[in-house]
Design a protein around this ligand. Structure first.
Ligand code: GDG
Length: 475
């Protein structure tokens, strides 16, 4: 049952969205989002296959080529979208893996759908992968796929990368299916995480829940002839050169100036760009800005906050609630502090093109990344990569993976509202020389550790060629 592809990526979503032209003709357009941004350049170079859901319930599309990638769609029924995707992935695993910021829901029906859908992805991967191929499984929606795939195709080299945090055992232990999840992941040869702390949480879970020997970044499986599974960190990144080039384009610079003019030429533009998700700390950010206005430490007209909140998971209860809370808060802040022609907060519940995002980054004096927990946070790296002018200040939550790498940012604990307020003021008033020095250091880091390097180091480690790639965990 071998297919044709030497590199197969398995992810919840295909890297493209179906769009219909005015006459109803369908076509595929590259979709926004962390994973696509990260993997597309690698896939184009390797001429690989990508297995994923097309994003709408019903029959999958016929396999097709788009953006230089062979795409194989997985069909999900409306019920499976509810139970596997909105339910188990985003109502159970997502909150559990992000420090239980909201309470995870445990439903056996959701779990059964998760198992069934993971089998479907594993089957499709088994059919596409050539003999001895490398299969790279992505993220928390597909944690059972490595084991299911190994059962079907023991000839494959299987890697798994977790884009979100892996929680401490004390939290992970809540999951009624914790053993099955760990067993699923242990079907891989290499399990990659964003931060060393995530890898060590995983190793500890293997020891505690499975009683497996897990030392020095390696889990040994006595029941499988002492097969070894390696766990290590591979911090994801962005295509830094492409973003730098985009930001340097004259039309993007002009657009950045136009944005500032349209905002009323304030002295300070603060920016937040996030999926509308409770992990991103948007309410904490708004609260601190509101208090700064109330305290008179910033004035309307002098400073403006632009908050892009990309629509996300709109049918999951907690996201409906979050949207309401954010919109009430923004309404209250503007109602209290705005004047005619001078908003305090510009709240934009839209998705934008890459050029507009780059222009927004260039227009922003201060970028606010205040996640309560975030696997990496690519937006922080994108801000840095687009500031070819070495201006601008990044305020960054210490609870992001990015904080491990971007030590020159102004670090914050977003739960500490007074600390966050002081950090914002410090960022607004930072002397240009200091801001430039910090930005240069962060730009160097992002340029040298870009997404190409991330993918290469993971794949090399998986090939067994790059034993030094990634950071082995010594517990
Ligand atoms: C998960 C993890 C990890 C957002 N809105 C628009 C848009 N975006 C792009 C951003 C960025 C990406 O989407 C979001 O990535 P993040 O890393 O910030 O966050 P998650 O979506 O939560 O991603 C995260 C990531 O996976 C990768 O491993 O870093 O921790 O949670 O690239 O720019 N892009 C465009 N229009 C938008 O409106 N064009």
């Amino acid at each position: 049952m071998a297919g044709d592809y030497d590199l197969v990526v398995v992810a919840n979503r295909l890297p493209v969205d179906r769009v219909e032209g005015p006459d109803g003709t369908p076509s595929w357009r590259r979709s926004p989002g962390g994973l696509v941004t990260a993997l597309e350049p690698v896939m184009q170079r390797e001429d690989g296959a990508w297995i994923g859901w097309a994003g709408t319930p019903g029959e999958p599309p016929e396999p097709f080529d788009a953006e230089g990638v062979h795409c194989v769609g997985i069909g999900l029924s409306a019920e499976e979208v509810e139970d596997y995707y909105e339910g188990f992935s985003n109502g159970t695993l997502w909150p559990l893996y992000h420090d239980v910021i909201v309470a995870p829901n445990y439903h056996r029906r959701w779990w059964e759908a998760y198992v069934r859908v993971n089998e479907r992805f594993a089957q499709a991967a088994a059919e596409q992968a050539a003999r001895g191929a490398t299969v790279w499984v992505q993220d928390y929606q597909l944690q059972l796929v490595p084991r299911m795939l190994r059962r079907r195709r023991p000839d494959l080299r299987i890697g798994f990368f977790n884009h979100i945090p892996f929680p401490p055992f004390e939290i992970f232990a809540q999951l009624p299916w914790r053993g099955a999840i760990l067993d699923g992941l242990l079907g891989a040869d290499l399990v990659g995480f964003q931060r060393p702390a995530d890898a060590s949480n995983f190793l500890r879970a293997c020891r505690r829940a499975m009683a497996l020997p897990a030392r020095r970044g390696v889990v040994r499986l006595p029941d499988e002839g002492d097969r070894q599974v390696r766990a290590a960190s591979f911090p994801i990144s962005i295509d830094a050169v492409a973003l730098d080039e985009l930001a340097r384009r004259p039309e993007v610079q002009e657009r950045a100036q136009e944005i500032r003019r349209d905002l009323g030429d304030p002295q300070y533009v603060l920016l937040g760009v996030d999926r509308l998700d409770y992990t991103k700390g948007i309410l904490h950010r708004l609260k601190s800005f509101e208090e700064l206005l109330a305290d008179g430490r910033v004035q309307v007209g002098e400073a403006v906050l632009v908050q892009v909140a990309t629509p996300s998971r709109e049918r999951v209860d907690q996201y409906v609630q979050l949207r309401q809370d954010v919109e009430v808060t923004v309404g209250r802040i503007n109602g209290t502090y705005a004047e005619i022609g001078k908003a305090a907060v510009h709240y934009l519940h839209h998705s934008y093109g890459r050029e507009e995002m780059a222009a927004l980054f260039l227009a922003a004096d201060v970028m606010l990344v205040t996640s309560l927990r975030d696997g990496m946070n690519l937006v922080a790296k994108e801000y840095v990569a687009s500031r070819y002018d070495e201006k601008g200040v990044l305020v960054l939550s210490e609870f992001t993976g990015a904080a491990d790498e971007l030590g020159q940012a102004v670090m914050v604990n977003p739960h500490d509202i007074d600390g966050l307020k002081d950090a914002v003021i410090r960022a607004l008033h930072m002397p240009a020389r200091e801001a430039g020095r910090r930005m240069r250091a962060m730009r160097r880091r992002v340029r040298e550790h870009d997404v190409q390097r991330w993918a290469a180091s993971f794949l090399e480690a998986l090939d067994g060629l790059g034993d030094q790639a990634g950071t082995a965990i010594d517990l």
